[in-house]
Design a protein around this ligand. Structure first.
Ligand code: B12
Ligand code: SF4
Ligand code: SF4
Length: 341
């Protein structure tokens, strides 16, 4: 079913399909985006450079796959990634038109942890800044890793967020599981993690998905579902394109992210993000409770659009802003959520 969906309706880059919405977002959030332009341009240049350059280095044929895998993973960790894994290339999750950017049959998935402290303050300009910083940093570092792999004598390309969907590869590589908030939750950082991909023909060992017990915790927690200010997160998974996953309501989430400092309440209020998976599992085993659930410390947030604090059970009312503009259909914003899945 998954392959059939991909064949009849190939994945298309969100940025290209919703170009108008992206343009509106850049205008709307220009104050946050402008200082990021140099980082964004640097990341984009770095990616393109890896995609242009073939390896000019002699292949180190003496390297056993196990040794090569260790060398590449150690290099990723030394660059600053918190975790790295390998998945097989899967064309289902590469966007239409990006096939030429693929360097080989392995996808190296790199996880960069966003800074802890600003993440707990979301939504706020500081949190948004930390998000942007780590997003572009992850891509720039992945480009360095691709260059390192090229130096070992193999083809390797870094990828921008336009090329492929990151989360399916991260799950396949055993780096975490899909949380109910629609993001990859790693055991150490939850969704406080930004993802970047490289493809390569290096014969590195492939990792496998791991059941960390995250889905079971999500089913009992649902903090993100309750606390999302606009009700964009469904309370259960459903089947789309032949796969059971979390399908958030983009028409509600997109305008919120753009107008409320990147929002990300669903990241901030997640106990696995805040405390790490082990204490959450231990507390659940001990008491049947989800650590931090229901407390203002975990679930309360200051809403940037009215400056008020919303404790658990309370949410901002988002229909019209002070100027009477429709929050979900601001001027210049169009998004057909059915186009480009
Ligand atoms: C476009 C986009 C958005 C759009 C649309 C998102 C959407 N789900 O519809 C908007 C602007 C709304 C958005 C919002 C956010 N995003 Co965003 N987004 C992307 C981007 C660039 C492409 C994803 C896409 O095309 N989605 C559209 C379709 C495919 O979505 P979908 O059908 O609902 O599928 C989602 C999941 O179900 C999963 N998925 C899809 N198929 C499959 C199959 C399997 C097997 C599995 C396991 C999962 C899976 O992946 C999709 C994630 O969006 C990715 C980067 C990338 N290239 O992957 C980042 C990305 C997903 N976003 C990210 C984040 C953090 C956010 C925000 C918190 C905003 C912020 N301040 O950063 C919110 C959170 C919203 C939420 N709860 O998911 C991170 C998530 C990190 C993580 N640990 O998982 C990513 C990976 C960026 C990154 N480089 O780190 N995002
Ligand atoms: S807030 Fe709770 S339900 Fe949502 S992703 Fe985190 S653990 Fe899962
Ligand atoms: S980013 Fe905000 S609006 Fe979007 S799903 Fe998360 S909490 Fe909801």
């Amino acid at each position: 079913l998954e392959r059939q969906a991909a064949a009849t309706d190939p994945l298309r880059s969100h940025e290209l399909v919703h170009a108008e919405a992206v343009e509106w977002e850049l205008r709307e959030a220009w104050r946050a985006v402008l200082p990021m332009v140099p980082l964004m341009a640097k990341a984009e240049r770095a990616v393109r450079k890896t995609q242009r350059s073939a390896s000019v280095f002699r292949r180190r044929s003496a390297d056993h796959p196990e040794q090569l895998t260790r060398t590449i993973k150690d290099a990723a960790l030394a660059l600053g990634f918190g975790a790295v894994g390998v998945a097989p290339h899967d064309p289902n999750y590469f966007c239409e038109g990006s096939e030429d950017t693929v360097a080989g049959d392995r996808v190296v998935v790199c996880v960069l942890e966003q800074r802890y402290e600003p993440t707990q303050m979301g939504p706020s300009p500081r949190t948004n800044r930390a998000t942007f910083d780590s997003t572009f940093e992850a891509v720039t570092l992945a480009s360095k890793l691709a260059r390192f792999v090229q130096e070992q004598g193999y083809a390797a390309h870094a990828h921008s967020s336009r090329d492929a969907l990151a989360i399916p590869f991260a799950v396949q590589a055993g780096l975490g599981q899909l949380g109910l908030n629609g993001q990859l939750l790693t055991p150490t950082a939850g969704s406080r993690s930004r993802l970047a991909l490289i493809t390569t023909d290096a014969p590195v060992d492939i990792d496998h998905p791991i059941d960390y017990g995250i889905e079971g915790i999500c089913d009992r927690c649902k903090a993100c579902v309750e606390r999302c200010p606009v009700g964009a997160i469904p309370s259960s998974r459903s089947v789309h394109r032949g796969i059971t996953k979390v399908k958030i309501n983009t028409e509600r989430c997109y305008p919120t992210v753009a107008q409320a400092d990147g929002c990300a309440v669903c990241t901030t209020v997640c106990p696995i993000q805040r405390f790490g998976l082990t204490p959450v599992l231990e507390e659940f085993e001990r008491s049947g409770r989800i650590l931090g659930r229901g407390t203002d410390d975990l679930e309360g947030y200051d809403w940037p659009l009215d400056g008020r604090h919303y404790a658990p059970g309370k949410k901002p009312r988002l229909t019209r802003d002070a100027l009477g503009r429709d929050f979900f259909h601001p001027k210049g914003f169009t998004l057909d959520a059915k186009v480009g899945k």
